[in-house]
Ligand binder design. Structure first.
Ligand code: ATP
Length: 247
């Protein structure tokens, strides 16, 4: 039998207030080991979808009003964000959301807070983070607020990795970064995926998203209007016209 999806939404509907439906009746899966991208223009519902998976939708005044969310076959609809982190569903916040007045190392320690790690395990994970991100090792005692935009995005990813995630939720990992840094971040995400972590990525930059992803879904006003393998979508005239600059 095929194993259950790492993450699955069925009939998912997310609403803000009494009338704004941000996501409507959406079916989506992240299979084990996959990188899945969500494309779509401003206001399409991408961030709301990510919040529904992370459990953060309520803290933004929204609600899941229909459908179910499963993690490896178990329903997590309505479970708290903390419980989801303990299960391995971990959001990488946008880079600018690191704790600027705390050091790099303190930011990383916070990433593991849900796991109640012993000192030895904490050190193992910090060492692993500094191995993957040498630039963070060089700056472990510096305030995170003094890092460059690219370094802050790396710190956000490294912090999420401290929780030893099963699946990462990424919101616009390339936003505001120079092309060279976007390449570096992409390479790190690829290496993390190769080591076994599945990913759901919201990304305005369709070039970046379709390079990284195995599959993608295109959202428009809260509904999935197209989905498929990234290679097929890259070759699709519709996608090229709408998202890849029409070349
Ligand atoms: P963007 O890339 O601009 O963030 P998006 O595809 O991520 O767009 P969402 O941010 O999920 O889309 O927004 C989907 C719809 O939900 C929009 O109509 C938006 O105005 C509305 N919305 C999003 N967040 C909230 C909120 N906190 N309160 C009320 N309405 C919201």
């Amino acid at each position: 039998a095929t194993p259950p999806a790492v993450l699955a939404a069925a009939g998912l509907t997310v609403q803000y207030g009494s009338s704004t439906v941000a996501v409507r009746d959406l079916d989506l899966e992240v299979r084990p080991g996959e990188v899945v991208a969500i494309l779509g223009s401003n206001g399409a519902g991408k961030t709301s979808l990510l919040r529904a998976f992370s459990g953060a939708v309520g803290t933004h005044g929204g609600r899941v009003v229909g459908g179910t969310i499963r993690h490896r076959g178990s329903s997590i609809t309505g479970r708290s964000a903390d419980e989801r982190v303990r299960r391995g569903i971990v959001q990488v916040p946008e880079g600018r959301q690191v704790f600027g007045t705390l050091s790099v190392e303190e930011n990383l320690r916070i990433g593991a807070y849900c796991k109640r790690l012993g000192r030895l395990e904490m050190h193992t994970r910090l060492d692993r983070a500094f191995d993957t991100f040498p630039v963070l090792g060089d700056r472990r005692r510096q305030l995170a607020g003094l890092l460059s935009g690219g370094e802050q995005q790396m710190l956000a990813i490294a912090r999420a990795m401290m929780a030893d995630p099963d699946v990462l939720l990424l919101d616009e990992p390339s936003l505001g970064l120079a092309p060279r840094i976007v390449d570096q971040v992409s390479q790190i995400l690829e290496a993390i995926n190769d080591a076994g972590t599945s990913m759901l990525i919201v990304e305005q930059n369709a070039h970046v998203a379709l390079e990284l992803a195995d599959r993608a879904y295109v959202l428009a006003v809260g509904e999935s209007v197209l989905d498929g393998f990234a290679d097929e979508l890259k070759a699709s005239p519709e996608i090229q016209a709408a998202y890849l600059g029409g070349e």
